[in-house]
Ligand binder design. Structure first.
Ligand code: GLN
Length: 307
């Protein structure tokens, strides 16, 4: 298959749609991003990469980081973790408080904000401090991306904290139900820090290979998690990776994937490759509008969906 040509065709097809989305202006540091940008990369199991657009441009990975923190949490907590965070789709917006109240402070899944904040809390408990948890998160990301030069954008993290009322509310609500070990502000700050990590589509498509290969990085042969754990993460990506548009993403794209409000999306083709796409304009559910379309075109043109 001529992947380069397929990516180039997709880039041409989505170009007219670039101004249809709306950037994540509820985070002031992301409000000024030019929506007219696009990048897409795929990484195959032998490490070969194909890219189009601004695939070297760094962006805020935001909720894509939730895949990496959930991976670490599953590694350490396994099934005992299910009492703290579930694995059912929420059908609600990513930052909704409503369901959390009537479900007694147990978030539906690790990819909505409440769930990811809870996962971060579990990592702080496991590693002994927020600093150590953050260091382990970023080192894990550097390892799976096989890239040392990955950092957070402090301005984004500070900006998220300044407007962080909703996430602080989610953490406080969980704390009130006794489902948060550490201090609300410490947990939320650590959560914002990992959301503010910057990567590009080349790095992200490389980083996701372990999930396309049962937890084992096919390039370095490093085993990060067990095959059943990889199966679970992929299942949660498929059912919950795009919040209240997860069904839509499965319907149109047909791959396990995860989005972030920075405009990035990652997806995996089991046994074959990992994909990342970036375009900052979002749809109503907070997922990259053009990114979703580009992935739909990719699975339509290649036939590489899981269905
Ligand atoms: N840091 C963002 C927030 O908490 C992450 C949301 C997202 O990417 N969907 O709002």
């Amino acid at each position: 298959m001529d992947y380069q040509k397929i990516l180039e065709d997709i880039e041409q097809e989505v170009k007219p749609m670039l101004l249809e989305g709306k950037v994540a202006d509820y985070i002031p540091a992301l409000a000024g991003i030019d929506p007219e940008q696009f990048a897409m990369s795929i990484t195959l199991f032998d490490g070969t990469q194909y890219s189009v657009g601004k695939s070297e441009k760094l962006f805020s990975i935001q909720s894509i980081s939730k895949v990496f923190t959930y991976t670490l949490a599953l590694k350490f907590y396994s099934e005992e973790f299910y009492g703290r965070v579930g694995h059912e789709p929420s059908g609600d917006p990513f930052n909704s408080l409503v369901q959390l109240e009537y479900e007694n402070g147990v978030p539906r899944n690790p990819f909505i904000n409440a769930g990811a904040i809870n996962v971060t809390d579990a990592l702080i408990t496991h590693y002994g401090s927020s600093k150590s948890a953050y260091n382990h998160i970023i080192e894990f990301i550097r390892s799976i991306a096989d890239e040392e030069e990955i950092y957070l954008d402090k301005a984004v993290s500070i900006s998220e904290m300044e407007k962080g009322y909703r996430n602080i509310s989610l953490a406080s609500l969980m704390k009130s139900f006794d489902n948060l070990d550490n201090s609300v502000l410490d947990v939320v700050q650590t959560y914002f820090n990992h959301c503010s990590i910057e990567m590009n589509t080349q790095m992200l498509s490389r980083a996701m290979l372990y999930l396309a290969n049962h937890g084992l990085d096919p390039v370095t042969n490093k085993a990060y998690i067990s095959p059943p754990q990889a199966k679970r993460i992929n299942a949660v990506m498929l059912t919950c990776g795009h919040y209240d548009a997860s069904g839509d993403f499965a319907y149109n794209v047909g791959l396990p994937g995860k989005s972030g409000v920075g405009g990035g999306i990652v997806a995996i083709v089991p046994g074959k490759m990992a994909i990342s796409v970036w375009s900052p304009g979002l749809n109503a559910q907070g997922n990259s509008l053009v990114g979703t379309k580009a992935l739909e075109l990719f699975t339509t043109k290649t036939g590489l969906s899981i269905f």
